[in-house]
Design a protein around this ligand. Structure first.
Ligand SMILES: NC(=O)c1ccc[n+]([C@@H]2O[C@H](COP(=O)([O-])OP(=O)(O)OC[C@H]3O[C@@H](n4cnc5c(N)ncnc54)[C@H](O)[C@@H]3O)[C@@H](O)[C@H]2O)c1
Length: 453
C-alpha cells in the first residue's frame, strides 16, 4: 500500500520505517530541513534502538522516502497519517497547531478523496475539528467536488514506548481504530494486516472513544507511578521499605508487578503533557478530575525528592554551595536521548541554583543536555560514567541505564571526594552499600549510613 506520514519524530519515523519494512511504500514529510536531509542520507536524528538499520534498509529498497514538500507528500497517496507533535500549551491544553496545519496542507494539495489517520495524541473531538477544517479549506478552494467522501478522518492512537519503539510497533498489544465508515476500517485492516497475523489485535470503536483510550491509558500508567511514589514517601517517613511493599502488592494478580516502581518522578514527552491535557478536558467540560490532578501534583513533588535527599545527606541545601555533584542518567528513561520533562533537569537546576557544580553522564543524552544548557563552567557533561565522578561529593543516580546496575564501587571510591549515593531508582542493595562504607539514600527505603569501623 502507498501511504504518507506527516512528522518524522519518534512516532512518525518509527511508524514509517516499520510500515515500509513489511512492504508498504511510505513517504514521510517533515518541516525540519536538517532532519529531512539527515534522514535522506540514512542518518537518524534520534536515539532509538534498532531504528537506524530499519530506516537504511528500507531507504535502500526504495520503500521509504523523506520530503519537505507537503504537495509531494499528499500526491504520494490517499492514505495520510498525522504524527506531528501535540505539545502542551501554556494552560495545559494540547496545542493542536501542528495537527491542524497538516490537515490544512492535505486539504490544500489533495486531488482525490483522502483518508486521514491521526496518530498524534489528541483530545477528544480533534477528529471532528480536523475534518471540519479540511472541508472548509476544500470548499474555499472552489467546492468539494467529491462530496461527503472527500475526507474521512480516522483516530489511530500510537502506544509505542520510546526505547522499545520498534519492537512495540512490530508486535503491538492492540491497534485501536476509531472510524465511522466500513471503508476506512477495511483500509486500516489492510494496512495493519502484517502485524495482525497471530491474533486479531485490531479494536474498532467510534472516533471519540479511540481518542480517549490513549489518554486513559497514559493517565492510568501515570497514576500507578504516582501512587507508588506517594507510598514511597510515606515508607520513608515510617521506616518501611517500599521495595518489600512493591513485591508484596505485586504478587496480587489484580495489581501485578508492572509499572509499580517508585522513582524520581515521571517525565518524557507523553505522560506529563497527556495527564495535563486530560485534566484540561475535564475543566473545559465542567467535570472535576481530582484523581488526575493529584497524579500531576504528586509527580511534581516527586521530582524534587532527589534534591531534598541530596541536601539532607550533605547537611542542608546551603551546604551544596561549592560542592560537586555527579549525576548518572539524564534522559527521562533508559534507551532514549529524549530530555523532555526529564526528572534530571529538576535536580540539575536545583543543584546549580544552590551554587553546586554538576558533573553529568548519560549514555545517549549528553549532547541533548548540552544543547539545553549551553556551555557553562558549573555543568560538565562527560561521555564516560567514571569521569563524571571525579572529585564529586555525592552521586545522584536518576535514570536506570543497564550500565549503572553493577558498578565498580571500589573504583568509584577512588575517583569521588565523598561517599554518598542518592539512588533515584532503587538499583542498589542498601545493606551492601553501607557495609562498603557508603551513605546510601534511595526512594522509600530506610536510609543506610556507613557501618562503623
Ligand atoms: N514519543 C512517544 O513515545 C509517543 C508515543 C505515543 C504517542 N506519541 C504522540 O505522537 C505525537 C508525536 O510525538 P513525537 O514524540 O513523535 O514528536 P516529535 O516532537 O519527536 O516529532 C514531531 C515531528 O513533527 C514535525 N512537524 C511539526 N509540524 C509539522 C508539519 N506541519 N508537517 C510535517 N512535520 C511537522 C516536527 O518537525 C517533528 O520532527 C504526539 O502527539 C505524541 O503525544 C508519542
Amino acid at each position: 500500500m502507498k501511504l504518507t506520514i506527516f512528522g518524522a519524530g519518534y512516532v512518525g519515523l518509527v511508524t514509517g520505517a516499520c510500515l515500509a519494512e513489511v512492504g508498504h511504500d511510505v513517504l514521510v514529510c517533515d518541516v525540519d530541513p536538517a532532519r529531512v536531509d539527515a534522514l535522506k542520507a540514512g542518518r537518524i536524528p534520534i536515539f532509538e534502538p534498532g531504528l537506524e538499520p530499519l530506516v537504511r534498509r528500507n531507504l535502500a529498497a526504495g520503500r521509504l522516502g523523506f520530503t519537505l514538500s507537503a504537495a509531494d507528500a499528499v500526491a504520494h497517496s490517499d492514505l495520510v497519517m498525522i504524527a506531528v507533535g501535540t505539545p502542551p500549551a501554556e494552560n495545559g491544553d494540547a496545542d493542536l497547531g501542528h495537527v491542524l496545519a497538516v490537515g490544512e496542507a492535505i486539504a490544500t494539495h489533495m486531488t482525490r478523496p483522502v483518508t486521514v489517520v491521526t496518530k498524534s495524541t489528541v483530545p477528544v473531538g480533534t477528529g471532528d475539528l480536523v475534518e471540519a477544517r479540511m472541508r472548509a479549506v476544500l470548499s474555499a478552494r472552489g467546492g468539494a467536488e467529491w462530496g461527503d467522501d472527500a475526507v474521512s478522518v480516522v483516530s489511530n492512537p500510537e502506544f509505542l514506548k520510546e526505547g522499545a519503539a520498534v519492537g512495540d510497533f512490530m508486535k503491538p498489544d492492540r491497534i485501536i481504530v476509531g472510524a465511522a465508515s466500513e471503508r476506512a476500517t477495511a483500509l486500516m485492516r489492510t494496512l495493519y494486516q502484517p502485524f495482525n497475523r497471530n491474533h486479531d489485535r485490531l479494536m474498532v470503536m467510534d472516533r471519540r472513544s479511540a481518542e480517549l483510550t490513549k489518554y486513559a491509558a497514559n493517565a492510568m500508567l501515570a497514576t500507578k507511578i504516582s501512587f507508588m511514589n506517594e507510598m514511597a514517601g510515606l515508607a520513608d517517613r515510617l521506616g518501611a521499605d517500599i521495595e518489600a511493599v512493591r513485591l508484596g502488592i505485586g504478587a496480587d494478580p489484580r495489581i501485578g508487578y508492572h509499572f509499580i516502581y517508585p522513582g524520581a518522578g515521571f517525565g518524557g514527552s507523553c505522560f506529563p503533557k497527556d495527564v495535563r491535557a486530560l485534566r484540561r478536558s475535564g475543566e473545559v467540560t465542567g467535570y472535576e478530575m481530582p484523581l488526575v490532578a493529584a497524579v500531576e501534583a504528586v509527580n511534581d513533588r516527586q521530582k524534587h525528592v532527589m534534591f531534598e535527599k541530596l541536601a539532607t545527606a550533605l547537611g542542608g541545601a546551603e551546604a551544596i554551595r561549592g560542592r560537586t555533584i555527579a549525576v548518572w542518567g539524564l534522559a527521562f528513561k533508559p534507551n532514549t536521548d529524549d530530555m523532555r520533562e526529564a526528572p534530571s533537569l529538576r535536580l540539575i537546576d536545583a543543584v546549580l541554583a544552590a551554587g553546586g557544580t554538576v558533573r553529568a553522564y548519560d549514555p545517549a543524552a549528553g549532547t541533548a543536555t548540552r544543547a539545553l544548557y549551553g556551555e557553562r563552567a558549573d555543568l560538565v557533561i562527560t561521555f564516560d560514567a567514571q569521569e563524571a565522578l571525579d572529585g564529586a561529593d555525592a552521586l545522584c543516580l536518576v535514570t536506570e541505564w543497564q550500565e549503572f546496575r553493577v558498578p565498580d564501587f571500589g573504583a568509584m571510591e577512588t575517583r569521588m571526594a565523598g561517599r554518598i549515593i542518592i539512588d533515584g531508582r532503587n538499583l542498589y542493595d542498601p545493606d551492601d552499600l553501607a557495609a562498603r562504607g557508603w551513605r546510601y539514600s534511595a526512594i522509600g527505603r530506610p536510609q543506610r549510613v556507613p557501618a562503623a569501623g
